[in-house]
Every structure is written in C-alpha cells, then in structure tokens.
Design a protein. Structure first.
Length: 111
C-alpha cells in the first residue's frame, strides 16, 4: 500500500489533474502528470470496469502499486501522477507493465 501522504484521494484533485495535467499514453497505461505545490509526489491509480471484473481490476492495481513503490524514489518531488489502466492491461506481464510505465515517465521528463 502507498503511504497516505503519497495518495491522491479526493475527486477534486483527480478532476484538476485531468484538466490541467499532461496526458501521455502507452500500450497498457495512460498517465496524467501535473505539478503540485507539495514537497513530495502523489499517485493515483484508476481502473475502469472496461478492464475486467473485480479480480482483474484488483490485480492490475496491485501490480501498478508495486511498480510505483519500486520506482517512486527515482522521480523528482512535486508532481501528481494519475495512472489509468487501459482495457488490455490484463494481457501484460509485470515486466512489460513496468517498462511501459518507465517509458511514459521518461517521455514526461520525470526520469
């Protein structure tokens, strides 16, 4: 689980990130990146019902949380990052998901 301070929890925050943030799309993920005024990064994970049933969605969220936890220290502080799972995420293995996530962060100039 991500620490409470590292999570985006309010719907208002998600709306602001969707409106003002930069959108980057990969094969399995879409990320929105928006600067915040905090001394740390915050992350949010979104999986819609298009991804699959609850088992598939929860598995995707667990994998994404693990990827975020593993790579969070590499990011410069002061950003909100929302990771949206695309419908085909169930086809991806962990290593491919991580590669897609890191590629999108490099594209966003966060790595």
């Amino acid at each position: 689980m991500l620490e409470q301070e590292a999570r985006i929890s309010r719907g208002k925050d998600y709306s602001q990130i969707y409106k003002k943030g930069r959108r980057l799309a990969g094969k399995y993920l879409i990320i929105f990146v928006c600067p915040n005024q905090l001394p740390r990064n915050r992350f949010g994970i979104v999986t819609s019902k298009k991804v699959g049933n609850a088992v598939v969605r929860n598995r995707a969220k667990r994998q994404l949380r693990s990827i975020i936890r593993k790579n969070a220290d590499r990011l410069p502080p002061g950003n909100d990052v929302v990771v949206v799972a695309r419908y085909n995420i169930k086809e991806a293995i962990f290593a491919v998901l991580e590669k897609d996530f890191l590629r999108l962060l490099k594209k966003a100039v966060l790595l």
